[in-house]
Design a protein around this ligand. Structure first.
Ligand SMILES: [Zn+2]
Length: 300
């Protein structure tokens, strides 16, 4: 168990070195006539371009900023006016300091600024993240939602409670019909639910349900990680989470311990067989996270 965890912690911590960065290519995927998804290393970047300027969602790691800006230049000659962070994790906010030096206004939920302002310690992963420099902090924060009117589009930014963290925001381009879900969606794979940052399985499911109420069959979804997706896939994802939540809740009700739930492969077998556990969050980590999240909520 310990080996598995340290391996995962390493994967999570795997910040790109300079040598590795030279190999990272920023791919620009055109989703609609003015909305793009940029893929490099770290969280998927959303981008809207037009006459008012560029609007960006998440910025991966600091050393990648020059490459990201170069990629943006291939689709617009306008500067990035606004940048939204979907949550505080370093693979989504690492470029903040560089971007603010470019003159970009950074926007995020108030808990993103609060967490980035002080050192964070994650006990599940035994990982300390230092406080961010002032220039990296979001300068516009909100509690529930915020709308930015740019490039002929109403861009809705809204908070979902205690899902991946306690500061998650989704961004919906209402005219283009594109939704960036941040890490409240790991397309096709088990999610990372950061319990130490206020995440919970309950909130994670509710976040997806909120997204489902907003979108239709034509909506293009940008997940925090992995491939672009759609409503049908997200519905399947919610079913997966609800089934696993029910199985683990039942095991807890039967008095099973954390160890027993973590080791009971039958609880997740259906979705392990469908390849959900083959990426960052392995089946045992998924079961343990579900146990901890549900055990906590039962005690409240
Ligand atoms: Zn994250």
């Amino acid at each position: 168990m310990k080996t598995v965890l340290s391996f995962l912690a390493l994967a999570f911590l795997a910040l790109p070195t300079t040598a590795q960065n030279q190999e990272v290519e920023i791919k620009v995927n055109k989703l609609t006539d003015h909305v793009y998804m940029l893929v490099g290393r770290g969280g998927n970047i959303g981008l809207s371009v037009g006459e008012d300027g560029a609007f960006m969602i998440d910025d991966q790691y600091a050393p990648l900023t020059p490459k990201i800006l170069e990629a943006i230049k291939t689709v617009t000659d306008k500067p990035v006016k606004f940048l939204v962070n979907t949550h505080w994790h370093g693979d989504h906010t690492g470029g903040n300091e560089n971007m603010s030096k470019e003159g970009t206004i950074i926007v995020a939920h108030k808990n993103v600024r609060a967490r980035m302002s002080v050192e964070q310690f994650n006990k599940d992963w035994n990982r300390t993240t230092p406080a961010s420099p002032k220039a990296a902090l979001p300068v516009v924060t909100f509690s529930e939602d915020l709308t930015i009117h740019l490039n002929g589009e109403d861009i809705m930014i809204f908070h979902v409670h205690n899902a991946h963290t306690d500061g998650d925001a989704m961004v919906y381009f209402t005219q283009s019909n594109v939704l960036h879900m941040g890490d409240t969606y790991f397309q096709g794979k088990y999610p990372f639910i950061d319990l130490n940052s206020g995440g919970s399985i309950e909130g994670y499911i509710n976040a997806s349900k909120k997204a489902l109420m907003l979108i239709n069959d034509e909506t293009i979804i940008i997940p925090g990680h992995r491939d672009q997706s759609n409503k049908k896939e997200l519905q399947g994802y919610v079913s997966m989470l609800e089934e696993l939540k029910a199985s683990v809740s039942e095991a807890i009700a039967q008095g099973k311990s954390e160890e027993e739930v973590t080791n009971d492969t039958s609880l997740t077998k259906k979705y392990d067989d469908a390849d959900y556990g083959s990426w960052f969050i392995k089946p045992n980590v998924m079961r343990r996270t579900l146990y901890r999240s549900l055990k906590d909520s039962n005690q409240e």
